[in-house]
Design a binder for this molecule. Structure first.
Ligand code: GLN
Length: 216
């Protein structure tokens, strides 16, 4: 998978640390709520070191961050409460590599079409999502996905009360399911509507660890 460069003028680029490669990147996993333990295990198996992120101080020195699945409303509310939402937005905008899965993708989205009235997330990814867009009957399902940039073999997509991506703007679609985008990329952001940490397949975590370890 080839990830494009982040916007010029990021803090790292300004500091002159161009093209720095980190062998064992330090990846934070947002741990306010949700399925974070499985991401920690997958990231470590993929060669990263990890840190649970619960406060703004925990963002210091990270090479990347994972926004896990869970409940996007609760996640956003808790981040707001501890003063993490704004510093996290700034860090991602500044080029912090980000893997967002399921609720994490909702938190990143610019527009939530069925959100609570006051559900304001990070608003950094140019997509509109319907939080529970797959409805009740198909609450959870598994489907093989063809993801651009992987080795050609399908990826087991585990979907749990998955968000439906209804509109995409300035974002690259890496995979679709029945015509709807389920894997997206923008700069150093990788957003997935499914749960790679529950699939037993480490390929996407490995790609993300590589991305996080490459500082443009
Ligand atoms: N639909 C959930 C939400 O609104 C996300 C579900 C998940 O992360 N598996 O946050």
């Amino acid at each position: 998978m080839s990830f494009s460069l982040p916007e010029a003028g990021s803090r790292r680029a300004r500091a002159g640390r161009i093209n720095r490669q980190v062998k064992q990147p330090l990846i934070g996993v947002l741990a306010t709520q949700g399925a974070f333990a499985e991401h920690v295990a997958a990231l470590e198996a993929a060669g990263a070191s990890t840190r649970l992120v619960r406060t703004r101080e925990d963002l210091e020195g990270l090479d990347g961050i994972v926004l896990p699945g869970g409940e996007s409303t609760t996640m956003t509310m808790l981040m707001e409460r501890v003063g993490l939402l704004n510093p996290l937005r700034e860090a991602i905008r500044d080029g912090l590599a980000t893997l967002a899965t399921c609720a994490g993708m909702i938190v990143l989205a610019r527009q939530i079409t069925d959100g609570m009235a006051d559900q304001r997330g990070l608003g950094l990814l140019d997509i509109a999502v319907r939080r529970n867009g797959y409805g009740r009957q198909v609450d959870s399902f598994e489907s093989p996905l063809n993801i651009e940039g992987l080795d050609g073999k399908t990826f087991p997509g585990v979907f749990i009360r998955a968000p439906l991506v209804e509109k995409v703007g300035n974002v690259k679609v890496l995979a679709t399911l029945d015509g709807n985008p389920v894997a997206l990329k923008h700069g150093r952001i990788l957003a997935l509507g499914f749960h790679p940490e529950l699939s037993g397949d480490l390929r996407l975590h490995r790609e993300f660890v590589r991305l996080a370890g490459t500082h443009p």
